[in-house]
Design a protein around this ligand. Structure first.
Ligand code: PEP
Length: 251
């Protein structure tokens, strides 16, 4: 069953005390009987502490923001999937545009990470989305289709049960310029059609597709109301408990 998901991406922000306080506030807000699923993308050094702190809340998952595709070895500064699993981290954000643009991760590297995660029975939050130059040429559908074809669509339909897709137009990330509800719905419907063409309608209907790019309390309801928008991947507005709680309550 496809879920409504509010995912936060804390990026390289907060210290340990701030991270713990934010996680406590979100956990208290969710309680034991909330219907929304929440994922927090936490910096590596805080993963274990935040995971331990939020453990009793079953609909709150803690995600790493990246991982290496090799299980171990001489990769100074990197973190492997077995390391993450050893501290009960089973969700990883992959292919965020900041990883693609700043750290030069291409579709081939992202595919290796996706494969390694699925082979380890972990869950993938797969980010895709076009830069402004592509949007201005109205080539966004082709651009996102290539990202999916080259990094995700080698998976089986069984594997796809472990995948959440986040459509994040790069021009909307951290800029305050949110895609309109119509632009988001159009792309999400297109992605769902691609999944349906490849895997069939059941897989397409069961895959959660999140929108990311300047989601805030003031626009979350309108975005989430679209039939193919199953929630959001939220950067800036996930760093303050009040604004993220408002977004969680926007379904
Ligand atoms: C993100 O980092 O994935 C993101 C969407 O950031 P923001 O919400 O700040 O635009």
């Amino acid at each position: 069953m496809r879920q409504n998901i509010a995912a936060g991406n804390w990026k390289m922000n907060l210290d340990l005390d701030e991270a713990q306080q934010l996680a406590r506030d979100i956990s208290n807000h969710l309680g034991m009987d909330s219907e929304s699923t929440v994922i927090l993308g936490v910096p590596y050094p805080f993963l274990k502490s935040i995971s331990d702190l939020t453990y009793p809340i079953t609909n709150l998952h803690i995600a790493a923001q990246n991982c290496h595709y090799e299980a171990g070895g001489a990769f100074t500064g990197e973190v492997s999937i077995p390391m993450l699993k050893s501290i009960n981290i089973e969700h990883v954000i992959i292919g965020h545009s900041e990883r693609r643009e700043i750290f030069m991760e291409d579709n081939a590297v992202i595919r290796k990470k996706v494969t390694a995660l699925i082979n380890s029975s972990s869950n993938v939050i797969f980010c895709c989305g076009e830069p402004i130059s592509v949007r201005l040429e109205e080539k966004q559908n082709e651009y996102v289709e290539k990202q999916l074809n080259e990094s995700l669509f080698h998976l089986t339909s069984e594997d796809m049960k472990r995948v959440i897709i986040a459509y994040e137009p790069i021009w909307a990330i951290g800029t305050g310029h949110t895609a309109s509800a119509e632009q988001a719905q159009q792309m999400h419907a297109y992605i769902r059609k691609l999944i349906s063409d490849k895997y069939g309608s059941e897989t397409a209907e069961n895959t959660s597709i999140l929108y990311g790019g300047s989601v805030k309390p003031s626009n979350a309801k309108e975005l989430f109301a679209n039939p193919d928008v199953d929630g959001g991947l939220v950067g800036g507005a996930s760093l303050k408990a009040d604004s993220f709680k408002d977004i969680i309550d926007s379904f």
